[in-house]
Design a protein around this ligand. Structure first.
Ligand SMILES: Cc1ncc(COP(=O)(O)O)c(C=O)c1O
Length: 459
């Protein structure tokens, strides 16, 4: 476990955007912490009076099979969560900007447990309405007009969506079956001054290290180490979006350690890695809970934006999550996640089975060890020439009654690509089988068309 003293703190303020300085304390929320001072009488917030809320109590039943807990004993039923009285009032009320304090404390313990980072003041946690919320706000705090931003490619369109609306230029970094390619990253950075004369070096890299959306790839630890070294050498922040970290179903004990774990060890630094975690894939996506683990300065900058925009993440969702997580403890939660990951592993196996049955010789993919996606390369030409999947997937496949995402959606610069993404998270085997059969027809027809065209050209 890393200890405090010998690490350099990355000066996060040097990365802040000019606009991040325009956000100001809202004058009310910034005073909330003072309410905790013993004896303080607060006339502060315009909180609605909880006695007027129509909820007497709220009871939730947990699924025993997924609860990751021992069987219920006596009267204390660990499969039931009841919110009432004070706790219910709290859940239904406005709360702190960064999140409910005891949930933040639980998460801090969990990060220490999982990532072996001691709570030494070099990092903090802020909760958002999903990880998307805190990712967006972090980028808002960082991106300036004229900045360059590295994005692994192909990449999650949700990140591209908000980055496209920011005044920065996106630089595509290649990935392969092993995730982000450090050699390509180095090639981009080592030639920067000739390719981008007079321009600032990229400020940050956005990457999805486990079970990437869309590629399904997980980057091995050796590559992470190379990427971290480049981050230090070229002084950029590393935005680690690990939304699928809990869905690891590769060989036991071989999950690569996170960038957040590796940062002090590899670079003797703290604060360059900005980590995003999500509860969406393992508790509920509708609860909208995710969190950022980052330098206190960046957490404060995000909190400032939150206090002026969405005000806070849902107290209700947080209290439910806290009830669950505090019963489980870090190892119970991880046991639950392992069960969820196993579920997706079975789904992956099922989908690959039907894909092999219908698409062998017509498509290629790499078997993922985490996440819920297969990134499939269509072999639309017999001779191996590549064809963009856009028309095939968005027109011909739709006409055959099968929907998948054409790879272009994941390309920051919208370049052509022969890939498509399929999700195996909710599809049942009979439907997956039929979908792959239809995709087979699409590819065979595309091949026949291409051959006919070639013949007519030759005539
Ligand atoms: C890579 C990646 N990051 C972030 C998110 C958003 O997660 P959340 O629901 O926590 O906002 C998703 C959702 O699909 C995702 O695929």
């Amino acid at each position: 476990m890393s200890s405090t003293t010998s690490y350099t703190s990355v000066d996060i303020t040097a990365f802040f955007s000019q606009t991040s300085k325009l956000w100001k304390n809202d004058g009310i929320r910034s005073l909330f912490p003072l309410e905790k001072i013993p004896g303080m009488i607060s006339l502060l917030a315009g909180r609605p009076n909880s006695s007027t809320f129509p909820f007497e109590s709220i009871t939730m039943k947990l699924k025993p099979a997924l609860a990751g807990m021992p069987a219920p004993t006596g009267e204390d039923d660990p499969f039931t969560i009841t919110l009432q009285d004070e706790e219910l009032n709290e859940a239904l009320q406005y709360g702190m900007t960064a999140g409910v304090a005891r949930l933040i404390d639980w998460l801090a313990e969990f990060q220490t447990h999982t990532h072996k980072r001691v709570q030494d003041g070099s990092w903090d946690i802020t909760i958002g309405a999903g990880s998307q919320d805190v990712m967006y706000k972090a980028c808002l705090a960082l991106v300036d007009d004229g900045d360059y931003f590295l994005v692994e490619t192909p990449v999650y369109p949700g990140a591209l969506g908000f980055l496209a609306a920011m005044p920065c230029t996106l630089i595509e970094v290649h990935t392969d079956a092993q995730g982000l390619n450090p050699a390509n990253l180095e090639a981009i950075l080592s030639t920067w001054e000739t390719t981008h004369p007079g321009k600032p070096y990229p400020k940050a890299l956005y990457t999805i290290p486990s079970g990437s959306n869309p590629t399904g790839a997980s980057i091995p630890e050796e590559r992470k180490i190379e990427v971290l070294k480049l981050a230090k050498k070229y002084n950029f922040l590393l935005l680690e979006d690990d939304a699928y970290a809990f869905l690891y179903y590769g060989p036991a004990g071989q999950q690569a350690r996170s960038y957040f774990t590796l940062e002090p060890e590899v670079n003797a630094e703290q604060g360059r890695v900005v980590r995003f975690d999500s509860f969406s894939k393992v508790l509920s996506s509708g609860m909208r809970l995710g969190y950022m683990t980052a330098s206190p300065g960046l957490c404060a900058a995000v909190n400032l934006i939150t206090s002026n925009t969405s005000l806070q993440p849902s107290t209700f969702s947080q209290i439910i999550a806290y009830n669950l997580l505090s019963r489980w403890g870090p190892s119970g939660f991880l046991a639950h996640c392992a069960g969820v990951a196993q579920f997706y592993r079975t789904r992956r196996d099922m989908f690959e089975r039907v894909a092999h049955k219908h698409l062998t010789g017509l498509a290629e993919w790499t078997t993922p060890i985490a996440g819920m996606f297969l990134y499939i390369k269509l072999l639309a030409h017999k001779d191996g020439r590549e064809a963009d999947s856009w028309d095939l997937i968005s027109t011909k496949a739709v006409a055959k009654g099968v929907l998948a995402v054409p790879g272009t959606a994941f390309m920051p610069l919208r370049g052509p690509t022969p890939f498509l993404r399929v999700s195996f998270s909710i599809i049942e085997e009979d439907m997956a089988d039929e979908a792959c059969r239809r995709l087979r027809e699409v590819i065979l027809e595309a091949r026949a068309e291409a051959e006919a065209e070639a013949v007519s050209r030759a005539d």
